[in-house]
Ligand binder design. Structure first.
Ligand code: CUA
Length: 315
């Protein structure tokens, strides 16, 4: 069930978005009606029973109770609360139990990007590709701190914890590209920790599956490296024009003598770059913080070769 977007939320494009929105707006409008009612009554009583002049003793006595009124204001809210509970619980169960035929994608959060691993073993950074009209279960974990996996258009959000798995599922109802945010403050790069969900129609999805196995075929190593620079989110921390970001710029880095935080130096050659990508904590360049995630297991050999070739080309 789709729902249209409002000033409060983007359009809902998953099977349960309509249900989530209906419950949200029910609570919103009931809450607003009660708020207006209570405020109006308060203002009326303040005016009606105000002190009229210096010698007005004010209200000295009044009704002590009204049984009918008290039953009404106890029973009506109780019914409302149980109604909201039953409605919410029904939707909660639906959102928490993935259909049996759901495909599974593993998503890992770490400072400050998302990695997706598909059933065939292929991985991608900051881009999740799924078929439309098919349930997708996402198994979540974190490599460092607590993150939160949030896709506003699908009305799904789940905490992502280190040393524990959490999961959620959704079924997209419309092809398109949607934002995926980290919704838990996780440090300096939190606001940059965003990815995209690309929902593809059946034929496009099959085509994508066939092509995702290719490792930059038809591209030179340098071109493939330039593509990986963006697709693996290296560009979040490294510039290619010499400007200083969270990490050192890649421009002119090859063949240079680098100084580490522990005072040692090294020449930045192929083996040095390879180590810096796979095990970045081994040597930290002076002036930078040890924040780069290890890409061990996330990159294939041809991808590492391509990145090194690209860095070499940035003179
Ligand atoms: Cu990860 Cu905020």
């Amino acid at each position: 069930m789709d729902s249209t977007g409002t000033i409060l939320m983007p359009p809902g494009q998953s099977t349960f978005a309509g249900e989530v929105d209906a419950l949200f707006y029910f609570i919103f409008w009931v809450g607003l009606i009660i708020l207006v009612g209570v405020l109006t009554a308060t203002l009326y009583f303040v005016f009606r029973y105000r002190q009229r002049g210096e010698d007005d003793p004010g209200l000295t006595s009044g009704p002590t109770h009204n049984t009918r009124l008290e039953i009404l204001w106890s029973v009506i809210p109780t019914i409302l609360v149980f109604f909201v509970f039953a409605w919410g619980f029904k939707t909660y169960l639906k959102m928490n139990i993935a259909p049996r035929d759901a495909m599974t994608v593993k998503a890992t959060g770490q400072k400050w990007f998302w990695t997706f691993e598909y059933a065939d073993g292929s991985t991608a950074v900051n881009e999740l590709v799924v078929p439309v009209h098919h349930p997708v279960e996402v198994l979540l974990s974190s490599r460092d701190v607590i993150h939160s996996f949030y896709i506003p258009n699908f009305r799904v959000k789940m905490d992502v914890l280190p040393n524990r798995y959490t999961k959620l599922w959704f079924e997209a109802t419309e092809a398109g590209t949607y934002d995926l945010f980290c919704a838990e403050y996780c440090g300096k790069g939190h606001s940059e920790m965003k990815a995209q969900v690309r929902v593809l129609g059946e034929p496009e999805y099959e085509k994508w599956q066939a092509s995702s196995a290719n490792l930059g075929e038809g591209l030179s190593l340098e071109e493939f490296g330039a593509e990986l620079y963006a697709s693996k989110a290296c560009n979040a921390c490294h510039s290619v024009d010499g400007s200083k970001m969270i990490g050192p710029s890649w421009k002119g880095t090859f063949g240079k003598e680098v100084r580490h935080t522990d005072g040692t130096t090294a020449t930045s050659d192929e083996n040095y770059l390879r180590e810096s990508i796979l095990d970045p904590q081994a040597h930290i360049i002076a002036g930078y913080a040890p924040v780069m995630p290890a890409f061990q297991g996330l990159l294939k050999d041809r991808e590492i070769d391509a990145l090194i070739t690209y860095i070499k080309s940035l003179k």
